[in-house]
Design a protein around this ligand. Structure first.
Ligand SMILES: O=P(O)(O)OC[C@H]1O[C@H](O)[C@H](O)[C@@H](O)[C@@H]1O
Length: 289
């Protein structure tokens, strides 16, 4: 079976060798593999060896979903929530699956339940689409506002932990972009053509390009995003990661987070409307790692 569900995890196995694994817990994609150089499938996501997958805390790695607030809550309506909201710590439902021979696709849904309602009283409906082809992965979040008269406002982000060598990786194109540097809490403008993460990096770029990429000698990933005006680049380095109980030793050497986002401002969805944000991720042709 190309798509099957087992022990709270959805597996997609493409006939051309690519695969993905999505936990119902947080709708967290924890693995995405493709065949890059004609041999064994290569894992493109970082998942900490100490990540907790039992539903007791957000997963340290893969693609946790941030909704409806980014970072510590900044608005009264989010004040009962923990950092990054509840979407990454709720159990989603597998609502739909399809396989047309080229694309394997699953739809996971999340709607208000008593645990969410204890911290958030707005009506909403979320659908998260994960699809893989031989070479690509698509992650699309759809947010519907079922309220008859109130606008729904939220922040959201695909917190993607990519497996890459921290020392060598460079992100572009970010030159000239405004960004909020969370390491110093200052608003700045990026002057580097190629951005590295060799020091503690927590940068929230605005006005992001539709296509971003990061490369290192022998590897690279391109991200095409739709409807995400911002891009967060993060590597916690030892100073922050060593305080995380779920980060494996030296884990920060093996990933960077490049996160299509709508967080510098709040997305506004009119009554009855639906917002959707999407990333398409693929390895850069001719490169392998
Ligand atoms: O530790 P978490 O709650 O998963 O957050 C991990 C990180 O997420 C984002 O990248 C934020 O910009 C960081 O400030 C935060 O530290």
């Amino acid at each position: 079976m190309p798509i099957h569900i087992e022990n709270g995890k959805v597996r997609l196995d493409h006939p051309k060798g690519s695969s993905a694994e999505v936990l119902l817990y947080g709708a967290t994609v924890i693995s995405w593999k493709t065949i890059v150089d004609g041999s064994e499938p290569t894992e493109h996501l970082f998942l900490s060896k100490k990540a907790v997958l039992d539903g007791s805390r957000a997963v340290r790695g893969g693609i946790p979903l941030v909704f409806p607030c980014f970072g510590p809550p900044s608005r009264p309506e989010h004040s009962k929530m923990v950092q990054h909201g509840f979407a990454r710590t709720e159990t989603w439902k597998l609502a739909k699956q399809s396989d047309d021979g080229e694309t394997l696709e699953v739809h996971l849904t999340l709607d208000p339940n008593p645990s969410i309602e204890s911290v958030y009283d707005k009506p909403f409906s979320l659908t998260y689409v994960v699809a893989i082809t031989e070479k690509t992965m698509v992650n699309e979040l759809r947010v519907t506002n079922p309220h008859p008269s109130d606008t729904l406002e939220f922040q959201t982000l695909l917190h993607t932990y990519f497996r890459a060598p921290m020392e060598d990786v460079r992100v572009e194109p970010l030159q000239g972009k405004p960004y909020f540097d969370k390491t110093t809490m200052t608003e700045r403008v990026e002057n580097r053509e190629l951005v590295d993460v060799k020091t503690f990096t927590d940068s929230v770029y605005g006005n992001a390009e539709k296509k971003s990429k990061f490369t290192w000698p022998g590897g690279g990933i391109e991200i095409e995003s739709f409807n995400y005006p911002d891009l967060v680049v993060w590597n916690p380095q030892e100073e922050v990661a060593s305080k995380m109980t779920d980060m494996e030793e030296y884990g920060w050497h093996h990933f960077l987070c490049v996160e299509p986002a709508s967080v510098r401002d709040f997305v506004k969805v009119t009554p009855g409307g639906t917002w959707s944000g999407k990333q398409i991720v693929y390895t850069i042709p001719g490169r392998s790692h």
